[in-house]
Design a protein around this ligand. Structure first.
Ligand code: SAM
Length: 340
């Protein structure tokens, strides 16, 4: 008979990450002093062994910047059926997430409706690494974890999105459980051509977009010449501040911004400094989502400084994650800032 699902222990766990982030993941685990010893590695996956002990559900609570999905390893099998029967024997019934790595690309084969996944539900992840190589692991869903198989964002970008940045906003909403409130206004630095703006407008959020470059017609259709003090009836609006972020003044924000967003091609230090300046100019800013652009993932060694800088701006809950649609990027989220 299977033991109670949550009591399952394993000598190994495996972590799924973005292809190319394996080394950054191992460095993160090492510098966190978790006592996880890295072993087998494939593109987008690293297995770890417990340093003299076993892994349990507690290890799955570990929040990793580069770990999209952490699974307690149930074992390895030659067929999918065998892999799944190992999970059934170890933890009982689970929801299945099935993934395949083929020709260095990951694909999702099955996962069910991600919106139907409930907190605490057990998920069995079967990873096919070759025709006769199935790795299988288990985790329990909770807030802050992607409900998508392997944490690979499963929503298609709309055809009229002017850029892939639409995916970054939507995946952040899904992974972090972001909620936009009535009255929210987003100030987005580095907003052109407008994929993030389109996502925000469709979520009902008006946008003050800052970028010297042009915006696509699909968003300019909603443009107003200046920030209104009272929202006009109808669709949410966008105001394009067509200049570099450093030239934006308090007057451009009209005291209305409540979210700070940045997707500028600038260093983390510049993006965070602008966040601090905007929060000073506009005390109604209660949350920030910054896409940090890295030249090398090794720069993530400065994660502690970035999180500390966000706390110093007043964000009480700060998080840093690499999303599945990111390349050399990370999402830095700050929420819970007391508004003035
Ligand atoms: C990755 S693109 C942004 C994509 C955009 N968020 C979207 O949703 O389509 C980066 C943008 O940052 C802008 N940028 C770079 N430096 C900037 C600065 N100092 N101030 C404002 N925008 C800047 C560039 O002009 C470019 O349009």
């Amino acid at each position: 008979m299977a033991m109670p699902s949550g009591a399952f222990q394993s000598g190994h766990l495996f972590v799924l990450c973005n292809s190319g982030s394996e080394r950054a993941l191992k460095a993160e685990v090492q510098s966190a002093g978790l006592g996880w010893r890295s072993g087998f590695q494939a593109r987008g996956m690293v297995a770890f062994k417990a340093d003299g002990g076993t892994f349990g559900r507690g290890e799955l609570e570990q929040s990793l910047v580069f770990g999209r999905r952490v699974c307690l390893s149930v074992g390895k099998a030659n067929t999918q059926a065998e892999a799944e029967s190992m999970v059934l024997a170890a933890v009982g019934e689970v929801r299945w997430h099935r993934l395949r790595l083929e020709e260095r690309r990951w694909s999702v084969e099955a996962g069910g409706d991600p919106d139907a996944l409930r907190d605490g539900e057990a998920v069995g992840t079967v990873v096919a690494l070759g025709p006769e190589e199935y790795w299988v692991g288990v985790h329990w869903h909770r807030a802050g974890l992607s409900p998508d198989p392997g944490g690979i964002f499963g929503v298609e970008m709309p055809e009229d999105s002017p850029s892939r940045a639409w995916l970054k906003l939507e995946e952040a909403v899904r992974v972090f459980g972001l909620r936009f409130r009535r009255g929210d206004v987003a100030a987005e630095l580095g907003c052109a051509p407008g994929g993030v703006i389109l996502a925000l407008l469709r979520r009902g959020v008006p946008v003050i977009g800052v970028d010297p470059a042009r915006l696509a017609e699909v968003v300019m259709r909603h443009a107003l010449p200046s920030v209104p003090s009272v929202d006009p009836a109808g669709d949410p609006w966008v105001v394009h501040c067509r200049k570099p972020a450093a030239l934006v003044s308090k007057r451009d924000l009209a005291g209305r911004a409540t979210w700070f967003l940045s997707d500028m091609n600038q260093s983390p230090a510049v993006a965070i400094a602008e966040c601090r300046r905007f929060a000073g100019m506009c005390p109604s800013i209660h949350a920030a989502l910054i896409t940090l652009k890295l030249t090398d993932l090794g720069e993530a060694a400065a994660a502690g400084e970035w999180l500390g800088a966000m706390r110093a701006i007043g964000f009480r809950d700060v998080r840093l994650r690499q999303l599945s649609v990111h390349h050399r990027e990370l999402a830095l989220l700050g929420t819970g800032r007391r508004v003035g």
